[in-house]
Design a protein around this ligand. Structure first.
Ligand code: IPT
Length: 987
């Protein structure tokens, strides 16, 4: 399907006509995004396929320069398919043209040879929805992904197989091939090149360490390359180099002579407290004569930190949790990062994360807790944060100013304040000049800047000096088309350029209170009308220039007529708050610009009506600029009377309503049931596998004289594991239990039903969560219960497998008990312990998948499931005080009856005295939605996505609570909380 006209409607005659595309084809220079609705088979039947290629400057889609402005989203972190469209629409509304998705192998594969792409694992639905939303997709199926998930995405069963992972070991590669065959069968038909979707790029492996210099690494990547191509993936492939040492560039491993179809990318997570790093000039002609790493490919950042993860205890953000992450990587950080990257010749950037989501069930790697909010632009509860306008301003800039996809470094220039760093760039084909100005100081700066223009050198501005806040950045430009006119220079950053209803329309942005100046080429003096806000203008007949000065606050509106053009021009100068409710949306028959609502999701034109859908979070105006034929507005299906304004827009009479308030039920009617019958001496464990292995696939050595006790070797990969040992002889003395769990693991033991104590791994310090192996030996005193037959019972809570970032099989470190030694009192000989063990069955829950099920008795018996009959459980009220060591469950049910047409984002908040030592696994309608550790934190609120939660109907909540018996503990206050509310939504 040819790129439709609407994609390029933004370009304006001047830019498009003035640009050559380096011999790559005539026509417009940049593709903003795929057309909405792309990939519906009916639309594409028989249409010619697209091409996706690149040169050293940028990606080329159908020969057209296409900057990639991408956001990372993990569908596996949102187990509610109905909300995928919501998040994808929000990413698109955030100005992104691409979404990057990891595909987590462990999420899809409960057992060797089984690959499940149904329900919450429906990757095809994710890709189809992205195409319908108008987003390109980068697919990243590993096989290794890291991503702060269990084993870095390797399935539990794979962890228990021999053969070095992330190498050319044939056993490992056989499993990898089976995975890739399965995932590629979903991806291949949805490639943009096939016309069945919008998959644009595909990543091989992830941050693959280069220390495998003995040829293994090259052989491994060559295998992946060949396999992926053989599966029909024909879009460009790339790898994301950790840091930017220049590893895995084209030609560094065999690609069957296809170096030209493989891109170099690197990952960047700069310290937000420091000056943004220059990664070197990735465009041509720079100090290195092109990228040092890969001169033939465009500058590409596969992951750029748009936030960061927090660890148990919250040391990363001083206990503030993800609001702390969002404060450290705020809107100004996003601006200075995106613009610095642009100034370094980077034309493909992916922000990791743009929606972080939830590491539910046993997904979280030991280094993170349940929330993976990440401080991203769209928060875990799916709210747009104050970072969104920054992303959107940049994305719209790339669309409005296609010259930015082909930049050279230009002659150095300096502001008259040395704290301001200036990057001067130019498009050699259009002559447009760009100045990324960045303030690396903490205080505000005011400066002037000598710039180059087609009319000779100038120092801008002529009037009030440019203001740049501390640690912020903006882009100034000279010689850009402005609809039918030309912009000689601007100190406000361009955002939108459209011609709507025979009126040129331009949006330029700045921080609230910033003075800005525009020089517009006008041979004749135009008529200037300030429709809203304050602005002054002066015409210089000698220079043929109209100078406009304004202080940006809210939305300043300036209308120009005459002055050398027959087309009127509406200039909108917007601050960030005004940008947050100003939405551009292409349609089949022209672009619309909408002001007022908190979100615009879709826009379609039908005859004389503009049909809009979106969200309001409070009462607001609705103003629409639409092609001339449009006289009527519909908002979320409702006709809205509107009148034409002097701005050339339609303004709705009255205001759109905000959402009606929501009342949430209190959680009462709790019932309790204690468990851990496994601790009792007479518990029947005869159907548990005996721990009879002598060798292990683990990287942890099997302790001498011990059977293998590692849970993975017996098929138990996720959640709690029980061990029981029978022995005869005297007791007393001590029991030493060595175990390994990852941070925040714990162990509890019983002898003949009597608690022996609990041992816990310490809370990690900052940056330490992934450093230690988290192995400990619990030495527990044994009561003297006399001679005879005895039963030991041990419960281990492992906290998922380590990641394998260093390609050294660190994910294969054993989980569970490592060894056990009983030293009876009085020097009696140590009895032999024969163990059986039992954990969760990764194949038990086909709907919720392998990572939902742990090995607690209640889980094995289905106490967490909605259809479990808990009516005979003991009625209790919360807070409840447990004094025993072990596991107890609390259940309640509640009904919700939320209006359709409301998007309410709900959470569960647990609060209590932090001195009470307990943890709870939270099950909502059977879904394992996270782990709460009362005396560690920092997470108290757990997001419950609609779909998991029934917004109109009955819900079951079950808490599986572990208490250590050392003091009063047990669940405190548990409440539903409202985390976001909008009228609209996708449902
Ligand atoms: C980079 C990984 O590629 C990604 O999967 C994720 O783990 C991210 O980091 C951190 O959230 S690894 C890089 C930071 C060393």
């Amino acid at each position: 399907m040819p790129i439709s006209r609407r994609q390029f409607a933004v370009l304006g005659g001047g830019v498009a006509a003035g640009l050559a595309t380096g011999g790559l084809g005539a026509g417009p220079a940049a593709a903003a995004a795929p057309p909405e609705g792309h990939g519906k088979p009916s639309e594409d039947h028989g249409k010619p396929p697209h091409t996706v290629t690149f040169d050293r400057h940028s990606l080329l889609v159908d020969g057209r320069r296409t900057p990639v402005w991408s956001g990372e989203f993990h569908p596996f972190r949102l187990p509610a398919p109905r909300l995928w469209r919501d998040v994808l629409q929000k990413l698109r509304a955030a100005g992104l043209n691409t979404v990057s998705v990891y595909v987590a192998w462990n999420y899809h594969s409960p057992a060797p040879g089984r690959h499940d792409f149904t329900g919450v694992r429906d990757l095809g639905a994710v890709l189809d929805t992205a195409a319908e939303t108008g987003l390109f997709v980068t697919v990243r199926p590993g096989p290794y992904i890291n991503a702060e998930v269990d084993g870095g995405g390797f399935p539990g069963w794979l962890i228990a197989t021999p053969g070095r992972a992330r190498s050319d070991d044939p056993g490992y590669l056989a499993h990898v091939d089976a995975w890739l065959t399965a995932v590629n069968a979903v991806v291949a038909p949805r490639q943009y090149t096939r016309g069945g979707g919008t998959v644009l790029l595909y990543q091989l492996e992830n941050e693959y360490s280069s220390h495998l210099t003995d040829g293994i690494g090259a052989a491994y990547l060559a295998h992946l390359y060949a396999k992926v191509r053989a599966d029909g993936i024909d879009v460009p492939l790339f790898h994301n180099d950790k840091g930017h040492p220049g590893d895995w560039t084209p030609g560094s491993f065999p690609t069957g002579g296809e170096e030209g179809r493989y891109l170099y990318a690197f990952d960047a997570y700069p310290d937000p407290a420091k000056t943004p790093p220059d990664y070197g000039w990735y465009g041509p002609g720079g100090p290195h004569g092109g990228s040092t790493a890969s001169p033939g490919t465009p500058g590409f950042i596969g992951e750029f930190g748009g936030g960061w993860f927090d660890c148990w205890g919250g040391a990363e953000f001083d206990g503030r949790g993800y609001p702390g992450a969002r404060a450290s990587r705020d809107a100004a950080y996003e601006r200075r990062s995106a613009l610095t990257n642009l100034a370094n010749g980077i034309t493909l950037q992916n922000i990791y994360m743009t929606f972080g989501g939830t590491s539910w069930g046993w997904l979280p790697a030991p280094i993170v807790y349940t929330s993976y909010d990440y401080g991203a632009a769209v928060d875990e509860a799916r709210n747009l944060t104050a970072k969104v306008p920054a992303l959107r301003q940049f994305g719209e800039l790339l669309t409005a100013v296609p010259d930015l996809a082909r930049l050279d470094r230009a002659a150095d220039t300096a502001a008259d304040d040395p704290a301001v760093k200036v990057y001067h760039l130019a498009n050699p084909e259009t002559g447009a000049q760009f100045y990324v100005v960045r303030n690396d100081d903490d205080s505000d700066r005011r400066f002037t800047l000598p710039v180059t223009t087609a009319a000779g050198p100038l120092t801008v501005p002529a009037a009030e000096r440019i203001r740049l806040h501390g640690r912020d950045a903006k882009l100034l430009a000279t010689d850009l088309p402005l609809g039918t006119r030309r912009l000689r220079y601007t100190t406000a950053q361009p955002m939108i350029q459209e011609t709507v209803a025979r009126q040129d329309l331009a949006v330029l942005v700045a921080r609230p209170g910033d003075p800005v100046e525009l020089g517009i080429v006008c041979p004749e003096p135009p008529t200037v009308t300030v429709l809203a806000g304050a602005a002054t203008s002066a015409h210089d007949p000698a220079a043929g220039l109209l100078r406009i000065n304004a202080t940006v606050r809210g939305l300043t509106r300036i209308r120009l007529t005459g002055g050398g053009s027959a087309t009127p021009l509406l200039l909108l100068l917007a601050d960030d708050e005004a940008t947050a409710t100003l939405w551009r949306h292409p349609t089949d028959t022209g672009t619309v610009l909408v002001r007022g609502p908190a979100l615009l999701r879709t826009a379609r034109l039908h005859g004389d009506a503009a049909r809009l859908t979106g969200d309001t979070t409070e009462e607001c105006e609705l103003e629409v600029w639409a092609p001339g034929a449009v006289e009527r507005l519909r908002w979320n299906g409702r006709e809205i009377p509107a009148t034409l304004t002097p701005s050339g827009s339609l303004l709705a009479h009255g205001r759109l309503p905000g959402p009606a308030p929501v009342r949430l039920p209190e959680l009462t009617g709790w019932r309790r049931r204690a468990e851990n019958p496994e601790a009792a001496p007479d518990f029947d464990d005869s159907d548990w596998p005996p721990a009879d292995l002598r060798t292990s696939a683990s990287s942890t050595p099997v302790p001498a004289g011990q059977p293998v006790l590692f849970s993975d070797d017996y098929g138990f990969h996720y959640g709690d594991v029980w061990y029981r040992a029978a022995f005869s002889g005297p007791t007393g003395g001590t029991l030493a239990l060595a175990y390994q769990t990852g941070t925040q693991g714990l162990l509890m033991a019983w002898l003949d039903g009597t608690p022996l104590g609990t041992h816990r791994m310490p809370v990690p310090a900052r940056n330490q969560a992934s450093k230690a192996s988290w192995t400990a030996t619990a030495t527990l005193p044994l009561p003297d219960t006399g001679e005879g037959d005895h039963r030991l019972a041990v419960l281990v809570r492992p906290m998922a497998h380590a990641e394998d970032g260093g390609s050294n099989d660190s994910h294969k470190a054993a989980r569970g008990l490592l060894s056990a030694a009983l030293t009876p009192a009085g020097g009696a000989p140590a009895p032999e312990l024969t163990w059986r063990l039992r954990g969760g069955d990764p194949t038990a829950d086909e709907e919720r998948g392998p990572l939902n099920s742990g090995g607690l008795y209640g889980e094995r018996e289905g106490w967490h499931l909605p259809d479990h009959d808990g009516d005979d459980w003991e009625p209790v009220s919360l807070p409840y005080t447990e004094t025993r060591q072990g596991v107890a469950w609390y259940r309640t049910t509640f009904r919700l009856d939320l209006d359709r047409g409301l998007d309410a984002s709900l959470g569960l908040t647990l609060t209590d005295d932090p001195g009470r030592a307990y943890r709870a696994q939270l099950f909502v309608n059977g879904w394992n939605m996270g782990q709460y550790i009362n005396d560690v934190g920092p997470q108290h609120t757990f997001v419950l996505p609609e779909g998991v939660l029934h917004h109109r109907g009955r819900n079951t909540l079950a808490l599986a609570v572990l208490t250590d018996g050392t003091g009063p503990a047990g669940p405190g206050t548990v409440a539903l909380t409202l985390l976001g509310l909008a009228a609209g939504g996708t449902t």
